[in-house]
Ligand binder design. Structure first.
Ligand SMILES: Nc1nc2c(c(=O)[nH]1)N[C@H]1C(S)=C(S)[C@@H](COP(=O)(O)O)O[C@H]1N2
Ligand SMILES: [Mo]
Length: 213
C-alpha cells in the first residue's frame, strides 16, 4: 500500500513539473502537513469576531453568525510551503477580500497599500494590498468541501496559492496565510509580520524562490 502511494506521488509530481506547476526547490506531498508556532486555539462562536481596521473609511467587526452570511467564493489552488512541500489542487471556500471591497462591505481609504493579517495568539503576516485583492487569496472557512480542521485554522484562515495557468497572479509561500484569523489591518506603510521579522522574505515569491530575506 505504502509503495503504491509513493508511486502515485512521484507520477503526480512529474506531471506537475511538466505542467510548470512545481516551483523551484519544492516537492509534492499528498498529505496535508500541519505547521505553526504555538498551540491550537479553541473556537467559541459566541465570542469570536472578525475586524477590519486601519486605512478604512469605517472600521467594522462581524460576529461569527454575521461572517457566515457574507458572499462566498471557491478557488482551486496549488499551495507551497517554505519548508519545501507543495500540495496540488486544494479547494478552498470562504470570503474573498476583493468581493468585500467591490460590494462596499469594506471601504478602503486611498492610502491603503498593505494588509496585516492578525490571528489568535498574536501571529501576524503582511502582504501588499494588491496581492490580498487577487483571486488566489481567500479568507477560507472550508478545505476540500469540509470546514477547516482545528489544526488547519478553524474557523477561519487566510490562504494563498497558485491558480494553475494564472501567471498574472503573484504567488507567495503559505506562511502568508494566517490560520485562526481574527482581523485585517489595512496599512499605508508596510510592516513585517511574525516570520518576516524572523528573517523570512518579505515578498516570498515562490517562483523566484524568495525564502529568506
Ligand atoms: N496563526 C498562525 N498561522 C499560520 C502559522 C502560524 O504559526 N500561526 N504558520 C504559517 C505557516 S509557516 C504555514 S507553512 C502554514 C501552514 O498551514 P497548514 O498547517 O494548514 O499546512 O500556516 C501559516 N499560518
Ligand atoms: Mo511554513
Amino acid at each position: 500500500m505504502f509503495a503504491f502511494e509513493g508511486l502515485d506521488r512521484r507520477q503526480e509530481e512529474e506531471r506537475l513539473l511538466r505542467e510548470g506547476r512545481l516551483p523551484p526547490g519544492q516537492a509534492l506531498t499528498v498529505k496535508f502537513p500541519v505547521l505553526h508556532y504555538g498551540p491550537v486555539p479553541r473556537f467559541d462562536p459566541t465570542t469570536w469576531s472578525f475586524s477590519v481596521w486601519g486605512e478604512v473609511e469605517e472600521e467594522r467587526t462581524w460576529t461569527w453568525e454575521e461572517f457566515t452570511q457574507l458572499p462566498r467564493s471557491t478557488v482551486k489552488m496549488d499551495i507551497h510551503c517554505v519548508t519545501r512541500w507543495s500540495k496540488a489542487d486544494t479547494v478552498w471556500e470562504g470570503v474573498s477580500v476583493r468581493t468585500l471591497v467591490e460590494q462596499g462591505l469594506i471601504r478602503l481609504k486611498p492610502t491603503a497599500a498593505y494588509v496585516m493579517q492578525h490571528a489568535e495568539y498574536g501571529y501576524t503576516t503582511n502582504l501588499p494590498l494588491e496581492v490580498v485583492l487577487q483571486e488566489n487569496f481567500l479568507l477560507a472557512t472550508h478545505f476540500n468541501g469540509e470546514p477547516l480542521t482545528p489544526e488547519h485554522g478553524y474557523p477561519l484562515r487566510g490562504v494563498i496559492g497558485a491558480i494553475p495557468g494564472r501567471t498574472d497572479l503573484k504567488t507567495v509561500y503559505l506562511w502568508k496565510g494566517a490560520k485562526w484569523l481574527r482581523g485585517l489591518e489595512f496599512m499605508a506603510q508596510d510592516r513585517p509580520g511574525f516570520w518576516e521579522q524572523a528573517g523570512y522574505s518579505n515578498s516570498a515569491d515562490v517562483w523566484k524562490e524568495e525564502r529568506y530575506a
